[in-house]
Design a binder for this molecule. Structure first.
Ligand code: UD1
Length: 376
């Protein structure tokens, strides 16, 4: 007689969640002991921030979409909670799995914990020690609620220990985002994005030099002066190397509201503004870039594994291993420092990476194995 399958609810909400959950779903599909149920909160709803990732990452369509959309943090979190509670009451899973640090992560953890459904948090323990970041609040509270905490790097385990989380709940498993990167890298190399952006001369396999830029952190884009300073520095850098810039909707809106659109097309500069890109095109661009400049969390990790220099336009990182072992450099947000750091790379002085331990493409399998042991 076969045992009943365990019902596991996986939550996705915003763009960086899709790559992480794709790795878990992949590790679970071949295992008949689990019955995954995918909930999309609808925090991200634009096709280019959501739909395209389902297609490219071979993620099954969500079993339910809560359709919450945008709003203030409180309103978005509250709407997710109300709708997710109904889903859990109907579906009654054995476990809820949340990933990362977005509002959907915290909202769903809180609902599950109150219904006494265990929560597994993937990417637990990361800390920037900067409570002005909404993501830091989400991380701390999610970790306080979770029953199983899966960490991607040793510093995260230490943070959890310091916060008094019992040792037996914490597991160092590696990085599920890197699982997905490794799984799709060969496919990404077939992308035609370099030709489409005319970064490839006469169809040659080695494109001309370019850098990739992403910017969306509220601390960088929600204040006019900060955004203008960053854009001025980026314009200057782009006089030396084209900057391919897929613009997040939040940043697009802020540039327009602040009347800074002109900076994207300033005379003499070579910024290439684009809509948000699909996963495979973006990975292809990162891999061949001279450097990447970003304020994203996940991109700090992906560039480390791709061994591409990364300049992080923030004052801190919750992912210190990308600095100690990877290509990441925390350059801060002052235009002078950013210009100096870019100039250094353009002189050929850039960091090289060593892939962190357990960032080997098998993190999701380790997680599934541990969960099987816990539920056997
Ligand atoms: C969210 C996450 C952030 C993550 C980022 C990746 C939180 C607190 N922040 O930030 O950690 O790095 O996703 O993209 O959860 N918008 C659209 N279309 C969409 C979604 C958003 O136009 O599909 C616009 C709306 O104007 C919205 C704004 O972007 O108000 C911000 O969206 P939101 O989901 O609140 O946060 P992100 O900045 O995307």
């Amino acid at each position: 007689m076969s045992l009943p399958r365990r019902k596991i609810t996986l939550v996705v909400g915003a763009r960086p969640n899709f790559m992480k959950v794709a790795a878990l779903v992949e590790a679970m599909v071949s295992d008949t002991r689990w019955q995954p149920y995918l909930v999309h909160t609808g925090q991200h709803y634009d096709a280019e921030l959501s739909e395209v990732f389902f297609d490219q990452l071979k993620l099954p369509r969500p079993d339910v979409n809560l359709g919450v959309g945008s709003g203030s943090h409180a309103s978005q979190t509250a709407h997710i909670m109300l709708r997710f509670e109904t889903v859990l009451e109907e579906h009654k899973p054995d476990l809820v799995v949340v990933v990362g640090d977005v509002n959907s992560t915290l909202a769903c953890s809180l609902v599950a914990a109150k219904l006494c459904i265990p929560v597994a948090h993937i990417e637990a323990g990361l800390r920037s020690f900067d409570r002005t970041m909404p993501e830091e609040i989400n991380r701390m509270l999610t970790d306080a609620l979770a029953e199983y905490l899966f960490a991607s790097e040793p510093a995260a385990v230490n943070n959890l220990r310091r916060e008094g989380i019992p040792e037996q709940r914490v597991f160092l498993v590696g990085n599920v985002m890197i699982d997905t990167l490794k799984r799709f890298l060969l496919l990404a190399r077939k992308s035609r994005i370099h030709e489409q952006l005319r970064l490839s001369v006469d169809g040659k396999s080695v494109p001309c030099p370019y850098a990739v830029l992403t910017l969306h952190r509220h601390s960088n884009v929600d204040q006019r002066e900060r955004l203008q300073g960053l854009m001025d520095a980026i314009c200057q850098i782009s006089q030396q190397i084209p900057m391919v810039f897929p613009v997040h909707p939040r940043t697009r809106k802020q540039l327009s509201d602040f009347g800074l659109d002109d900076l994207l097309a300033k005379k003499g500069s070579r910024i290439m503004p684009l809509p948000p890109l699909a996963y495979l095109d973006f990975v292809a661009l990162m891999e061949k870039a001279t450097f990447v400049m970003t304020d994203s969390g996940g991109i700090q990790e992906e560039t480390t594994v791709l061994d591409v220099p990364c300049l992080t336009v923030r004052e801190n990182t919750e992912r210190p291993i990308t600095v100690s072992e990877g290509t990441n450099e925390i350059v801060g947000t002052s235009p002078e420092k950013i210009l100096l750091a870019a100039a250094k790379i353009l002189r050929g002085e850039s960091k090289r990476a060593q892939a962190p331990a357990l960032w080997d493409g098998f993190a999701a399998r380790r997680i599934v194995h541990i969960l099987e042991e816990q539920y056997s």
